[in-house]
Each structure stands twice: as structure tokens, then as C-alpha cells.
Write a protein of this length. Structure first.
Length: 189
């Protein structure tokens, strides 16, 4: 068993539906977990949701059409599951990612608007991906260099009519995540 840490970096992107991309600085996010040998020299990775922190999308981390998100608007990311496989020899990483994206807006500091969570289930990969709406190429994690994970997910309606209409749900979302993976041998008894 070895310890593993996935660190998120600046230079990420998110796209939902027909909207232009959001530029997202995910610096400071991390997931802690463990790895074990798997088939064909792959390492099986498992990250604890309780030890996974992803910075929220807000005015300081996210730009849309060149402008920061408006004050009081934020989307918190609550991981549910994160795990997959890593092949060190090639730098190929593939992770199943499940999370709840929680929208919140504070208007004038008094009125709070919330909505049901957007549920995201996707596979993030350093390899090429193509969906109905998106086509992107990831970047493998070679040596100590950062890589890029890409993945698309179908976002189902939330049941909140105004939000579903606003986002055009159901529709696809795209994630482009710059990250770095570090592995450290566990302590043996």
C-alpha cells in the first residue's frame, strides 16, 4: 500500500450545456488516498471523499466571458466518490468521479437563493474523450509533471424548474482539470 495525493491546479475549465466555458483556478484543492498494485502494472487508486477538498467556483476562482463570477454567487463541489487506476510507466490516469455541485447566491447580503444539487458522474482521463457535444485531449502525468484530466457527464434535471430551464437540463457538462499526482510508499510495520 502506498499513500497518494491528487493536487488540483490553476488552468482548469468547466462547460455546462450551451454556455461558453468557465475558466477555473482550482489551486489548493487536494484528495488524499491510497494505492495498491493492480493488473498489468497499474495502481488502483482510492481517494476518501472526506479527505477530498475542491475549491468552490466563485468570484475569486472563476471567470466567465473574461469577468469574475458576480459577488455572492458560488458553487460548492461536494465529492461523493473518486478512484480509478494509474499506470506509472505511461502516465495514464483514469478516475471515476462523483460529486454534487451546490449552487448558492446571496443577493444584497440578505436573500439566499439555493437550488437542488447538480449530480455529476463522469470518468476523468488523461486520454482523448469525445461526447455528443465535446471533444478534448487530456495530458498524461509523466515523471513529476502535471497532467490534464478531461471528462464529460450528462447532467440530469434537478426538479427545480427555473434552474433546469436556465441550464437547459438535461445536457452535458465538460470538465478539464489540471492536476498533479504524488505517490509515497506507506510505512511498513
Amino acid at each position: 500500500m502506498a499513500e497518494c495525493q491528487l493536487t488540483t491546479l490553476a488552468g482548469c475549465e468547466l462547460v455546462i450545456g450551451r454556455y461558453p466555458r468557465f475558466l477555473y483556478d482550482a489551486s489548493g484543492g487536494q484528495a488524499l488516498g491510497c494505492s495498491a498494485s493492480g493488473p498489468a502494472e497499474a495502481l488502483t487508486l482510492h481517494f476518501s471523499p472526506e479527505q477530498t477538498a475542491i475549491p468552490p467556483l466563485n468570484g475569486s476562482s472563476t471567470r466567465f466571458l473574461g469577468l469574475p463570477l458576480p459577488p455572492g454567487l458560488s458553487v460548492a463541489i461536494h465529492p461523493v466518490a473518486l478512484g480509478g487506476r494509474f499506470i506509472a510507466a505511461t502516465g495514464e490516469l483514469e478516475l471515476e468521479f462523483q460529486a454534487r455541485f451546490r449552487f448558492r447566491a446571496a443577493l444584497g447580503g440578505r436573500v439566499q437563493i439555493t437550488a437542488p444539487d447538480l449530480v455529476v458522474n463522469t470518468v476523468l482521463s488523461t486520454e482523448a474523450m469525445q461526447s455528443r457535444r465535446h471533444q478534448r485531449q487530456g495530458q498524461r502525468l509523466l515523471a513529476s509533471q502535471p497532467g490534464v484530466l478531461v471528462g464529460a457527464a450528462l447532467i440530469e434535471p434537478t426538479g427545480e424548474a427555473w434552474l433546469d430551464r436556465f441550464l437547459g437540463l438535461p445536457d452535458e457538462a465538460l470538465a478539464v482539470l489540471r492536476c498533479q499526482l504524488s505517490l509515497k510508499e506507506g510505512k511498513h510495520a
